[in-house]
Design a protein around this ligand. Structure first.
Ligand SMILES: C[S@@+](CC[C@H](N)C(=O)[O-])C[C@H]1O[C@@H](n2cnc3c(N)ncnc32)[C@H](O)[C@@H]1O
Length: 202
């Protein structure tokens, strides 16, 4: 089976599995960690024009991101998740542009910041490293800041974070802040990367 077919099947399986998972009320306990996630957003993102959130789930992080920008775009694979996010956010949800798609199928536009929260394990970065690198390169081209929030369940999660950091360094980003939040179980890695001045997108 060639890579393209394997990737297509992977995406289809993931979509099915995410729709099923989103039948649960708070599948990743993000609601339970809401205050912590909001503090993380506060400490990593200044007031900016536009933010892209990839994989916005139930909208727990989106709720805080809305305070930080004029335009929030959320790309989310699961239609059920978007419905839940709209319910959770009420009237505020009208300020969000939801794109109900796989991020791999979206043509990106420029954003002041891009946020990936609890996302790395879903992007197939180990099985489809070439495609994951292309996605990250595309993100790098379209933003000046990237924030990664990643639970550290096991060693592979640190490897994923290191891989992302290397891609970002090689593409003109530098680490602004990096911390491990020990308040949550599992601990959360929080990294904020910004394009160095000479690489800033105009
Ligand atoms: C673990 S949840 C994280 C939700 C949210 N970012 C948070 O921190 O609460 C991962 C979310 O990403 C979505 N997702 C997974 N792969 C995706 C993809 N390729 N494109 C868009 N969304 C995706 C899933 O449907 C799910 O809602």
């Amino acid at each position: 089976m060639n890579d393209l077919i394997r990737f297509f099947l992977f995406k289809r399986r993931l979509k099915r599995s995410m729709e099923q998972t989103h039948q649960l009320p708070d599948p990743w306990s993000a609601g339970f960690q809401r205050d912590l996630l909001h503090r993380i957003v506060d400490s990593t993102i200044a007031d900016v024009d536009s933010i892209l959130e990839i994989g916005s789930g139930d909208g727990v992080v989106s709720e805080k991101l809305l305070e930080k920008c004029q335009r929030l775009t959320c790309v989310e694979l699961s239609t059920r998740a978007i419905k839940k996010a709209k319910q959770n956010l009420g009237a505020e949800a009208e300020r969000i542009q939801f794109i109900s798609k796989d991020i791999y199928d979206v043509s990106l536009r420029p954003y002041s910041a891009v946020v990936l929260s609890f996302m790395l394990e879903y992007l197939g970065m180990n099985q489809f490293s070439k495609r994951f690198v292309w996605l990250m390169l595309d993100i790098c081209r379209h933003t000046n800041q990237i924030v990664i929030i990643q639970p550290i369940h096991q060693e592979i999660d640190m490897k994923r974070i290191e891989t992302v950091a290397v891609i970002l360094y090689k593409n003109g980003f530098e680490l602004l802040t990096s911390q491990i939040e020990k308040e949550s179980t599992p601990h959360l890695y929080v990294g904020s990367f910004a394009k160095s001045n000479k690489n800033l997108q105009k």
